[in-house]
Design a protein around this ligand. Structure first.
Ligand SMILES: *Cc1c(COP(=O)(O)O)cnc(C)c1O
Length: 372
């Protein structure tokens, strides 16, 4: 089904499944799998289908992402991590979604539209819309301020059609070595747990907190990155398996003379006659252009350097005289080949970004091939 000359990703679904199973050791409660941004670039439908029997709930960033899951017959509860605009109320009801909530406008709209009957009837057995209250404890990008959350929850509970099923907050620094601000956030959050009747689902732990801050685990976890086998911080608390291998192929091979330049701007200049190869991948596929002149790829299990500027659809590498390479030879951009390996951490560090950004920028043009 794929053109071998195109750049493609091999996604190992079994690895993702095993990572999810491993993360479960940190909770006797629920595992909420964060599959926003197309499951961090891995492809949300196959990932969700793989995880649906392992996890208790999925989480996405937008209502559109949640609808995509429903249209693929994913029936597990789906949390929308950011309080949606009130305009989405009908979609939330129709698709039985569980929104985060941090403002009264959404609450009123959800409650009022439920009064109208037909849509709501199938939402939950008791006819109530379940919401999770987003509490801002210091990340300062969303959520009800922790000092006002108690009152907000009481008001929500006065609405007949709303059920406060969950309460959560999000850490600003859980991935850093210094966990002191994460504990400040937790201390702002704790008093809300005395609210009676008790809110059933309490979650604060992203991947970093799941792995490194035991106090953050409560009765549900909310990891994203670690499901895909990547560590958010320096510590490797648990063996995780990166699920992606990014490959492409050589489409051109030649030798150039001393003084010849390579690619746009001719930034790289040959000091000796050299052998070079063109690869079918570029920044149009999401490969970071920042790796121009500094990145490496694997060919025949060996590291070879990227020469000059990375183009939209192509880039050039330097070969050794002894390299056995032909048109169509496999090249690995990310992952293992033979004994060598290029990790996403390495790519991110060299490109001066974070693994999250590299993953979510891998383009549509890059075909995803799934290993069951
Ligand atoms: C993205 C996100 C997560 C997952 O974070 P990871 O670092 O990928 O584990 C959890 N909670 C919220 C609110 C998020 O936006």
């Amino acid at each position: 089904m794929y053109d071998i000359n195109q750049t493609h990703l091999i996604v190992d679904l079994l690895d993702i499944r095993e990572n999810a199973e491993s993360l479960k050791v940190y909770t006797s409660g629920k595992l909420i799998a964060v599959v926003k941004a197309d499951a961090y670039g891995h492809g949300v439908i196959p990932v969700a289908e793989t995880l649906t029997s392992v996890v208790d709930m999925f989480a996405v960033a937008t209502v559109e992402e949640a609808i995509e899951l429903r249209q693929a017959d994913i029936s597990k509860p789906i949390l929308i991590l950011y309080s949606p605009l009130p305009e989405y109320t009908e979609d939330i009801l129709l698709h039985e979604l569980t929104p985060a909530i941090d403002n009264w406008d959404l609450a009123i709209r959800l409650n009022d539209m439920s009064e109208k009957g037909d849509i709501l009837a199938k939402h939950t057995p008791d006819g109530k819309i379940r919401v999770h209250v987003d509490v801002n404890t210091g990340m300062n990008r969303s959520g009800v301020c922790y000092t006002e959350a108690r009152e907000f929850i009481e008001r929500l509970r006065s609405l007949p059609n709303i059920e406060v099923e969950g309460i959560f907050t999000h850490f600003a620094t859980a991935h850093e070595e210094d966990k002191s601000f994460a504990h400040v956030q937790l201390n702002r959050f704790y008093p809300l747990l005395t609210i009676k009747p008790r809110i059933p689902i309490v979650h604060t732990a992203n991947s970093a907190a799941t792995l490194e801050i035991p106090d953050s685990r409560f009765n549900a976890l909310r990891p994203g990155l670690s499901l895909y086998g990547i560590y958010p911080g320096k510590k490797k608390a648990l063996p995780l398996y990166p699920a992606l291998t990014w490959k492409t192929h050589v489409h051109w091979i030649d030798e150039i003379e001393v003084g010849e330049g390579v690619s746009y701007g001719l930034e790289y200049k040959a000091l000796h006659p050299i052998r070079i190869a063109g690869l079918r991948v570029g920044f149009g596929d999401g490969y970071p252009r920042a790796l121009s002149g500094i990145g490496e790829v694997l060919i025949n299990g060996k590291r070879r350097s990227i020469l000059g500027r990375i183009c939209m659809d192509s880039m050039v590498i330097k070969l050794k005289e002894s390299d056995y390479v032909r048109i169509g030879s496999e090249v690995v951009l990310l992952g293992k080949q033979g004994e060598e390996k290029i990790s996403i951490e390495e790519l991110a560090e060299k490109a001066n970004t974070i693994p999250y950004e590299i993953l979510t920028r891998i383009g549509k043009r890059v075909q995803r091939i799934y290993k069951p």
